[in-house]
Ligand binder design. Structure first.
Ligand code: CA
Ligand code: CA
Length: 183
């Protein structure tokens, strides 16, 4: 959570309980970010209180901060669990999400005590049209790195360029037609 003037009043009301239980900070997205449909967005969170950790879980919602939450990845290795450690996850924003949708993300720490601490976007991000379709790795061009990403996602819902719900030959043809520098 971050302080802003517009959110201060709301936050003040929740301060007593929230500050006592803040064990993770979701740094991004935390409100106002633009997420490219079908493109890559880096989710970032930070450890505010260290715990033994078995894994991390990431979820998103397009209906509200309180959910319904849909899994992004439920088995992310714990990594560095020291206070202040920064964690990132390169997420391919599903092209099935309607352009213009508000979007919230939630990160959950799964630990040995069966107490799952979490944080989620304070305000929504928004899903926008991808300025460079096919550039899955956000390096400014459609190239071999993106072809590798497409092949790795073959048969799944990820890197689904033409929006038919699965990554397959149709997407490969489209990727080749988009080959080169982004406009
Ligand atoms: Ca690329
Ligand atoms: Ca497809």
């Amino acid at each position: 959570m971050r302080f802003t003037h517009t959110t201060l009043a709301f936050f003040a009301a929740a301060l007593l309980t929230a500050s006592a239980s803040a064990h993770i900070f979701l740094n991004s997205p935390n409100g106002g970010e633009e997420l490219p449909s079908g493109g890559s967005f880096q989710i970032e969170w930070e450890i505010a209180q260290s715990h033994e950790t078995t894994s991390w879980e990431l979820y998103y919602s397009t209906t509200g901060a309180s959910g319904k939450y849909i899994p992004i990845d439920l088995d992310i290795p714990p990594g560095d669990i020291e206070l202040g450690a920064i964690h990132t996850y390169a997420w391919t924003v599903p092209s099935s999400i309607e352009i213009g949708s508000d979007l919230w993300v939630m990160v959950v720490q799964v630990n040995f005590e069966y107490q799952d601490f979490f944080d989620r976007s304070f305000e929504p991000a928004v899903v926008v049209a991808n300025p460079c379709p096919g550039d899955f790795n956000n390096d400014g061009e459609v190239n071999g790195g993106d072809l590798g990403g497409l092949l790795a996602a073959w048969g799944t819902e990820a890197n689904d360029l033409n929006g038919d719900g699965i990554c397959n030959g149709g997407d490969l043809g489209l990727l080749l037609s988009l080959w080169g520098s982004c406009p």
